[in-house]
Design a protein around this ligand. Structure first.
Ligand code: PEP
Ligand code: MG
Length: 578
C-alpha cells in the first residue's frame, strides 16, 4: 500500500528511487574511568583518532569534482579547521586528564558543552555551526570506536549502486553528501534539519531534490522500496501505484524541460513586458561565490555577508586580511557590489575569541550588527578601513545592517567619514564615491524610512529580519515557524512604505531577504514597485522569467487596490490572483 509522508521541501525537483536508510548519527558513547597510568596512552589514542579523521576528511576534500559550487568545499574546509580547534582538542585532553575519562567520553563532554552554547544563539548561520561541531566530533568518535566514518561505505553491502537511490537518514554530514552525490543518489530525506541546515544548502547547490524534517522517516520507509520525492512540496510517497508513478514521471520530464528553457534566459536582460528594467543580483558569502553567481545569470551582488570572515577562528581578521578579501571580491564581481558590514550578535565571542560581553537572554534584540560595531569601534574601524581601501578596485557600496534610527545611521556614517579622512591622510587611494545605505529590517526603520531616505544613498530591505521583528517570531524557532508570513498585511505595508520612501527621495531600493528569491512573491513585489532583487544565485533565472512575463504597470494598479482592501481574506485572494 502506498504511504504519503510530509516534511519540509528544501531542494526542488522530483526523484524516483529505492530507499536506503543510513546508520544513525546518534552514537552510544562508552564511558570508563582510567587508571592514572593509562592517561598518557589514552591521550595518544585521542590524537591518533583526530589525525586519522582529519586525513580521511582531506581525502573527501580531494574528491570534490571540479566545477562543484564553492560552498561545498567551504563546508569541508570548515570541518578541517575545526578538527584542530583548540577548544575541541585541548578541552577533551583536559577531561581525559582531570576526570580520568576515556577519550570517547571526554570528547562527548566537550561536545555537549559546545552544543549548549550554540543552542543559545540567535543567528541561524551561527546556529548551524552546532551541526558542524556535531559532525566533526562524530567523525573522531567513529574512529575511536572503530566504526565506519562514512555513511556511504557503511551502507555499501546493502547498497545497490546500480539503482537510483533515495538516501534516508536522521542527518547527513557534508562529507557524506559529497560522497553520496557521486554515487547514484537521486534524493535525500532527513529526519532533522530545516531550510538552513547543511543538507538543505548542499542539496540545493548540487541540484539534488531533498526533504528535511521528515520525522521518523527511517521508521516508515523500508530499504529497497520505491520512493518518490517531491523536493518542492516536501512530500515523499512510498510504494507508489502505477498511476502515481506515471504522474510523477511526467512531472520530472516537465521539470527537466523547464530547467533547459530557463538556461536560455541567462543572457537576456530582465525587462518586463512593459519595458521596466529590473536588476537581479546575488547574495554571496565568499569571494568565490561571486564567480558562480555571474555564471548563474546574476548582474552583480546585492548582499555580500562578511560575517563568514570572522567565523571558525580564534582571532579577529586583521585589516590586511579583510582588505585582501574585499579587494578580491570587488575585482571578481562584474557589475555592482554591495558589501554588508559585520552582522554578528553578542554570541560572536564563541567564534572569534573576542570578549564582546556575555550572551544575553534575548540576543535578537540585543547588541548585534551595527549596534555591536558602534560599541566596539576598533572592530568596526578595521573593517571600514579595509572596505574603503578596497573600494578603488571596482563599484562598491557599503550597507549597514539593523539600522533602527536616523541617529544611529548618522553615527555610523560619521564614523566612516572620519575613517576616510584618516586613510586619506595616510596616503591611501579610495574610490571617490562609495555609496552608503541602510538595511531596512527593523519595523522602526521601515516606519522612519521617509526620514532615513534623506540621509541614506540606498535602502536594502532585509525581509528575513523584518518579518521576524514585525510578527514577533524568532526566525530560528521551529515552534513558531508557522507564523512566519511574508504576506502578512503589516509586512506588506512596511515594504510598500520603504519602497515609496526610496522612490520619493530618488534612491535605489533593493530587497535582499529570502522573499526576493521566491518566485511566489515576484509579481507582488513588482506591484509594490521593487526594481532590484538580490537572492541566492540559483533562483535568478526563475525570477527573471517571472519579470519577463510581467506587466509592471498593471501589477502596480492591482497591488494598490489589494493593499487598500480592509478584508484580509479578500486581500489574500487578490494576491493569489496577481
Ligand atoms: C535579512 O534579514 O533579510 C537579511 C538578508 O539578512 P540576514 O538573513 O543575513 O539576517
Ligand atoms: Mg538580517
Amino acid at each position: 500500500m502506498s504511504l504519503w509522508l510530509n516534511g519540509i521541501g528544501v531542494s526542488r525537483g522530483v526523484a524516483i528511487g529505492r530507499a536506503q536508510r543510513l546508520h544513525s548519527t546518534d552514537l552510544e558513547i562508552p564511558e570508563r574511568r582510567l587508571q592514572a597510568g593509562d592517561i598518557e596512552h589514552e591521550i595518544t589514542r585521542f590524537y591518533g583518532a583526530q589525525r586519522r579523521a582529519r586525513d580521511e576528511l582531506k581525502r573527501v576534500r580531494e574528491q570534490i569534482p571540479p566545477g562543484t559550487p564553492g560552498d561545498i568545499a567551504a563546508f569541508i574546509d570548515t570541518h578541517l579547521l575545526m578538527m584542530d580547534d583548540r577548544s575541541i582538542v585541548d578541552t577533551t585532553i583536559g577531561h581525559i586528564r582531570s576526570a580520568k575519562l576515556n577519550a570517547e567520553a571526554a570528547l562527548k563532554r566537550t561536545r555537549d558543552a559546545m552544543v549548549a552554547i550554540f543552542d543559545q544563539m540567535d543567528d541561524p548561520y551561527l546556529r548551524t555551526r552546532k551541526d558542524d561541531v556535531g559532525h566533526v566530533v562524530d567523525r573522531i568518535q567513529r574512529v575511536l570506536m572503530k566504526l565506519s566514518t562514512t555513511a556511504a561505505v557503511e551502507g555499501a553491502p546493502k547498497f545497490d549502486i546500480a539503482e537510483q537511490t533515495v538516501i534516508v537518514a536522521d542527518d547527513i554530514t557534508p562529507a557524506d553528501i559529497i560522497l553520496l552525490s557521486q554515487q547514484k543518489v537521486v534524493a535525500f530525506i532527513t529526519e532533522f534539519g530545516g531550510p538552513t541546515s547543511h543538507t538543505a544548502i548542499l542539496a540545493r547547490s548540487l541540484g539534488i531534490p531533498a526533504i528535511v524534517g521528515l520525522r521518523d522517516a527511517r521508521k516508515w520507509l523500508r530499504d529497497g522500496e520505491t520512493v518518490i520525492v517531491d523536493g518542492e512540496q516536501g512530500h515523499a510517497l512510498a510504494a507508489p501505484d502505477a498511476e502515481a508513478l506515471t504522474f510523477f514521471k511526467s512531472k520530472q520530464v516537465k521539470l527537466a524541460q523547464d530547467r533547459a528553457t530557463l538556461q536560455l534566459l541567462r543572457d537576456k536582460p530582465a525587462i518586463s513586458k512593459d519595458g521596466v528594467k529590473i536588476r537581479l543580483l546575488a547574495n554571496i558569502e565568499s569571494p568565490d561565490d561571486a564567480i558562480h553567481a555571474a555564471e548563474l545569470g546574476a548582474e552583480g551582488v546585492g548582499l555580500y555577508r562578511t560575517e563568514f570572515l570572522y567565523m571558525n577562528r580564534k582571532d579577529l581578521p586583521s585589516e590586511e586580511e579583510q582588505f585582501e578579501a574585499y579587494a578580491k571580491v570587488v575585482s571578481a564581481v562584474k557589475g555592482p557590489l554591495t558589501i554588508r558590514t559585520l552582522d554578528l550578535g553578542a554570541d560572536k565571542q564563541v567564534d572569534s575569541g573576542a570578549r564582546l560581553g556575555p550572551t544575553p537572554n534575548n540576543p535578537a534584540l540585543g547588541l548585534r550588527a551595527i549596534r555591536l560595531c558602534l560599541r566596539e569601534p576598533e572592530l568596526f574601524r578595521a573593517q571600514v578601513r579595509a572596505l574603503l581601501r578596497a573600494s578603488r578596485f571596482g563599484e562598491m557600496k557599503i550597507m549597514l545592517p539593523m539600522i533602527s534610527s536616523v541617529a544611529e545611521y548618522r553615527q555610523a556614517h560619521n564614523f566612516m567619514a572620519a575613517t576616510r579622512i584618516e586613510l586619506a591622510r595616510e596616503g591611501y587611494k579610495m574610490a571617490d564615491d562609495v555609496p552608503v545605505g541602510a538595511m531596512i529590517e527593523i519595523p522602526a526603520a521601515a516606519l522612519a524610512s521617509p526620514m532615513l531616505a534623506r540621509e541614506c544613498q540606498f535602502f536594502s530591505i532585509g525581509t528575513n529580519d523584518l518579518i521576524q521583528y514585525t510578527l514577533a517570531i524568532d526566525r530560528v524557532d521551529d515552534e513558531v515557524n508557522y507564523l512566519y508570513d511574508p504576506l502578512h498585511p503589516a509586512v506588506l505595508q512596511l515594504i510598500q512604505r520603504t519602497i515609496q520612501s526610496g522612490v520619493r527621495a530618488g534612491i535605489p531600493v533593493t530587497m535582499c531577504g529570502e522573499m526576493a528569491g521566491d518566485v511566489r512573491y515576484t509579481r507582488l513585489l513588482l506591484g509594490l514597485g521593487l526594481q532590484e532583487f538580490s537572492m541566492h544565485p540559483a533562483n535568478v533565472l526563475e525570477i527573471k522569467r517571472a519579470v519577463l512575463d510581467a506587466d509592471v504597470k498593471s501589477l502596480q494598479a492591482q497591488t494598490l487596490r489589494l493593499l487598500a482592501s480592509a478584508d484580509i481574506e479578500e486581500q489574500q485572494a487578490l494576491i493569489a490572483a496577481l
